[in-house]
Design a protein around this ligand. Structure first.
Ligand SMILES: C[S@@+](CC[C@H](N)C(=O)[O-])C[C@H]1O[C@@H](n2cnc3c(N)ncnc32)[C@H](O)[C@@H]1O
Length: 428
């Protein structure tokens, strides 16, 4: 089995320096360690990504120059060591010794002395280093500067709460498959199994676990009695309000959480479309577990002329590709993989999907536009622009302040993830 700290450093190097996603790197690395170490690997990778600017600052202060070239991965070994010393309850001597052992396992005995010396200096100077990091906003909040500025402009009163939430471990929500049990029935089953949880009236299919757990310990999980899905994501299917016999398009469907939910709520015909064929396979797997069927289509939602058979849809869910800035606590790599310029590119793609999918909706039909973003460019601004450009689009308020000029419902990370929804129908 591999050294868990060495693996963490390699994953972090691939994510931060090579632009790979944590979702692809972490499962691959986790195969190389045993059970308990899998959790430690995840904790270290998530933690370093949460506090990256602070850890970079410490290294900047302690190294004459950053480690480069073939030695670059050892910069990440230092982050792993410092993260354990500052943020984890690992005894200090063990954190240093284990990190130095990681260097040994990476066949770089020549660097053992340097890593050991830097970590020991860090221990001695930790208080001063922390104080100096707190004077730099990017280190104080551990988010990219461009993102902090965008949040400050959009949420002058709550931007700091959003940043704080992004640094927390995400809660684990379940979605109860209403075809198997009511939420109350499933809650009783969890009580019987001693799995502590709560419910919230806003989320009628949702159950919040007090502590994350292995899904296979949940009653009926293998048979599809429940799925793991954040509460905010569970609103999509409820807002779409699918009815038996509807023809529904889920235009950006993978990995299929919302497709499954739609089918759990109604005996509808669903076309689950996605541009990424590997991700589309996960839709098939998820449908298989819950024992429901949809037609999976590998295609580009912005070019329906290449795949649409001209039968209009009763309802369309557009859960468009987005910056994912509402789910940073689940994917802390997003902070470092996203660039400010991506937001304009994403907004352009979203506008194109919305414009090209709209003609596929039946007169009188419903379209739900959704993102897991907290940025107005992808949300209210996007939908407001569409409404002004589209004569047959009718805006439906989801709450008292949802207007055609400032449309939609913005949820911020907290009890649920950060999500945005807007509801439109087509004139008859
Ligand atoms: C936010 S995710 C969808 C999550 C999904 N609705 C769920 O609940 O599991 C966005 C999806 O859009 C897909 N996508 C990106 N560009 C697309 C396009 N032009 N046409 C169709 N799908 C696209 C991505 O592959 C990704 O799976």
């Amino acid at each position: 089995m591999a050294n868990v700290r060495a693996l963490a450093a390699e994953v972090l190097y691939q994510v931060v320096d090579k632009g790979q996603s944590l979702n692809t790197q972490l499962p691959f690395a986790a195969q190389k360690v045993h059970g308990k170490d899998k959790a430690l690997l995840q904790q270290i990778c998530y933690g370093v990504l949460r506090y990256l600017p602070t850890l970079e600052h410490y290294c900047q202060q302690l190294l004459e120059q950053p480690l480069k070239g073939k030695r670059r991965v050892y910069q990440f070994v230092l982050y792993v060591g410092m993260y354990q010393l500052q943020y984890m309850r690992v005894p200090e001597h063990a954190a240093v010794a284990e990190t130095v052992a990681a260097v040994e396992s990476m066949r770089a005995p020549g660097l053992k002395g340097l890593i050991n010396a830097i970590l020991r200096t860090f221990q001695r100077q930790q208080a001063e280093l922390e104080a100096s990091a707190n004077l730099i906003p990017v280190c104080q909040f551990n988010h990219p500067g461009w993102f902090i500025k965008k949040l400050q402009a959009t949420y002058p009163d709550t931007w700091q709460d959003i940043l704080d939430e992004n640094q927390q471990q995400a809660p684990m929500w379940l979605r109860v498959n209403q075809q198997h049990y009511t939420t109350a029935e499933y809650s009783e089953m969890l009580d019987e199994d001693g799995i502590e949880h709560s419910t919230d009236a806003q989320y009628q299919d949702g159950i919040l676990l007090d502590k994350p757990c292995d899904v296979f310990t949940l009653p009926g999980f293998r048979e599809g009695a429940c799925s793991v899905q954040d509460a905010a994501a569970q609103l999509a299917a409820r807002l779409l309000d699918p009815q038996d016999d509807d023809l529904i398009l889920d235009a950006c469907a993978a990995p299929g959480g919302k497709t499954c939910h739609i089918l759990e709520l109604a005996d509808a015909r669903v076309h689950a479309l996605d541009a990424d064929d590997q991700r589309l396979e996960r839709v098939e797997q998820n449908l298989k577990r819950i024992g429901l069927r949809a037609e999976c289509i590998h295609a580009d939602a912005s070019t329906p002329d290449t795949w649409w058979n001209s039968t209009p849809y009763d309802r369309i869910l557009l859960d468009v590709p987005c910056s994912a800035t509402g789910v940073i606590r689940r994917h802390p790599d997003i902070k470092w993989l996203r660039r400010k310029t991506d937001i304009d590119d994403l907004a352009e793609l979203q506008a194109s999907i919305l414009k090209n999918i709209w003609p596929l909706l039946k007169p009188g039909g419903t379209l739900i536009y959704a993102t897991c973003s907290v940025l107005p460019e992808e949300n209210a601004q996007q939908v407001a622009q569409f409404i002004t450009q589209t004569n047959d689009a009718i805006h439906h308020p989801l709450h008292d302040n949802d207007t055609p000029e400032q449309p939609g419902m913005q949820l911020l990370p907290g009890l649920s993830d950060g999500f945005y929804y807007a509801k439109l129908t087509k004139k008859q």
